[in-house]
Design a protein around this ligand. Sequence first.
Ligand code: HEC
Length: 139
Amino acid sequence: MIRPVSILGPIAILIGLLSCQSEEEIKRQRYITEGILVYKNNCANCHQPKGEGLANLYPPIAHSDYLADKKGVICLIRYGQQGSILVNGKPYNRPMPPQPQLSDLEVAELATYIYNEWGNETKLTDVKSVKPILDACKK
Ligand code: HEC
């Protein structure tokens, strides 16, 4: 006979894991919703509402191969970017102004939105992981 206690333990752990995962999911959705707004207000002028970029002036963010360097992207969102870069094989060379008005949380929300929408990710980029990256590239 199986004693009730021996099943209850694993079940409790399972419930714990499931509820934890859905909290993470709720947070991811919240970051994305906020990220869309932050993007519209701070980025869409140049990179365009669907992230498609503008001619040879502003590079696309949607499906940009530049997204592979996630730490670099997090840093350039806050501190801007200068000098020539290649995005999907196309050269761009126009300074992107720094965005010091963005809080660490807003940078994390933007990263979550961008990587979920255009970078093949389905996960949260938490502000806790963004903060040390921003601190390390502080200018
Ligand atoms: C004034 C126009 C302008 C604004 C506003 C702007 N960018 Fe940029 N962004 C640029 C330019 C120009 C480059 C290319 C820089 C270079 O040539 O070195 C760039 C490069 C990038 C890149 C790397 C290349 C790519 O397209 O993948 C990312 C990612 C990016 N910007 C994200 C953002 C985000 C997110 C925001 C909003 C917080 C933002 N940018 C706001 C002009 C802008």
